[in-house]
Design a protein around this ligand. Structure first.
Ligand SMILES: C[S@@+](CC[C@H](N)C(=O)[O-])C[C@H]1O[C@@H](n2cnc3c(N)ncnc32)[C@H](O)[C@@H]1O
Length: 438
């Protein structure tokens, strides 16, 4: 079965791009926010088709920008899931709702744009964060802030339309800045020519209108997508035991990628966060630890690996705890050899502890005979290979899943091989398929 699935995937798309957001840049709805850390909508689509999951319920614990949910809407699969980052949650909720009249939206949006075109010069940006002032020229920032302020002040616009306008302004943020704002972080050295704010906003309105029309005609409207602002490491009481037919997801990787930092301009602009501590409290501490910035090092440092992994994991997944501790020790030795201060061994313990909790919740929610797909990448801190895909499969087995299989999608990390101190190990991204059988 898995072999024919692999052949099917190869025949139905560019398998090397399946673990990336590449396919989402041009597709209706997906293109509103093709999240850098997202996977291809085509991968979700083809998996659902191959395994005949139409009309079934899929759990997505790491919703992100909502790729799985949008595909669910498109082809009639019910999706239920969590996203713990408030900004992404808002985008995900909007992209998976699609309950707006395209003409009503278009009419309001155009009137709104005219108001902003007339009034932006009077907008003050003196209270805006210095980072925003560095990313945008004065006039561009005034226009963006005018859009944001009018959006909250104009009483004649319905809340529903306002959400789509929020999306259109968000779509304008990366295109109108002087520097790359999410590639994956603000790249101060990557100067670029910004596009004029109102032009981009107008184009975004057109895109949203077209996509709403497309969705009305083409999407099956019988499917439900429910997304919770929730941390998937903690049981979600709204989702019952054994209630879903499968999982389609991609957790954060153990690769020191900081989701808070990569979305910083969006978070600052919309007022979700205003400084480092705020991002930590609202984003990092509510998520699976994927970077050394995700926890208080001062607290962890004095702890033994056992204490970090925690009693529950030591009890439920003892074999994997031993393996993780061994690998943690190798990472620590490599760190000392290289004279680095980055405690990637602590991150490794934290990551697997968080993923253990998330996997326990996945196990609780899924039915017997469910098929559970997870897109994951491995990593090599200080050149020590951590086979994340295998480790997650093995932890899955220790907590009750009956077996797992791995389908490689692509090699990655090769573009950094010229960097000094960079390891030359080949990394990969794959589909980890966890089975839950009686
Ligand atoms: C690899 S991305 C998934 C991207 C998604 N597939 C998409 O289409 O955009 C991982 C996502 O998990 C979220 N996340 C991380 N830890 C979480 C947690 N404990 N609970 C819920 N969401 C979490 C992150 O905010 C991020 O959006």
């Amino acid at each position: 079965m898995i072999e024919s699935f692999y052949k099917y995937l190869k025949a139905n798309g560019n398998i090397k791009k399946f673990a990336t957001n590449f396919d989402n840049n041009k597709e209706p709805i997906h293109r509103w926010f093709p999240f850098l850390a997202g996977f291809s909508n085509k991968l979700v689509l083809e998996t659902i088709k191959f395994f005949n999951l139409t009309n079934k319920v899929i759990y997505e614990p790491f919703m992100g920008s909502g790729t799985t949910g949008v595909v669910g809407k498109e082809i009639g699969v019910n999706v239920i899931g969590n996203e713990s980052n408030e900004f992404l949650y808002r985008i995900c909720k909007l992209k998976t709702r699609i309950d707006m009249s395209p003409t009503k939206f278009d009419k309001s949006a155009k009137r709104f744009l005219e108001i902003c075109r007339d009034g932006w010069r009077r907008t003050s940006v003196k209270d805006e964060d210095p980072i925003l002032k560095r990313c945008y020229s004065l006039h561009q920032l005034k226009k963006l802030v005018c859009l944001k302020e009018r959006l909250s002040e104009e009483k004649w616009i319905s809340n529903n339309v306002k959400e789509y306008l929020f999306m259109a302004v968000t779509m304008a943020l990366p295109k109108t800045s002087n520097v790359g704002i999410n590639v994956p972080y603000i790249s101060w050295r990557h100067q670029k020519k910004p596009e004029e704010v109102f032009k981009v906003f107008e184009r975004s309105i057109k895109v949203i209108k077209e996509d709403l029309e497309f969705a009305r005609k083409r999407y099956r409207n019988n499917s439900k997508v429910k997304v919770y602002l929730h941390d998937s490491r903690i049981p979600n009481q709204a989702i019952s035991d054994n209630s879903v037919d499968g999982i389609f997801t991609s957790p954060p990787y153990l690769n020191n990628f900081d989701y808070g930092e990569s979305l910083k301009v969006f978070l600052y602009f919309w007022g979700y966060s205003s400084n480092w501590n705020d991002i930590s409290k609202k984003i990092r501490y509510k998520a699976v630890a994927s970077a050394t910035t995700y926890y208080k090092e001062s607290v962890l440092k004095s702890n033994q690996p056992d204490k970090i992994l925690g009693n529950q994991m030591l009890k439920d997944a003892p074999l994997m705890c031993e393996k993780i501790k061994k690998i943690g020790e190798s990472i620590r030795s490599a760190k000392i050899r290289k004279g680095s201060k980055k405690n990637f061994e602590l991150l490794t313990y934290m990551y697997f502890k968080d993923m253990f909790k998330s996997l326990k919740e996945m196990y609780r929610i899924t039915r017997i005979n469910s098929l559970n797909f997870m897109i994951v990448g491995d990593s090599a801190p200080f050149g020590v290979h951590v086979p994340t895909d295998i480790f997650l499969g093995e932890i899955g087995k220790e907590i009750g899943f009956s077996s797992y299989e791995i389908i490689p999608l692509r090699e990655r990390g090769t573009k950094w091989t010229t960097l000094k101190n960079r390891h030359n190990l080949k990394l990969r991204e794959c589909i980890l398929i966890l089975k839950k059988e009686r």
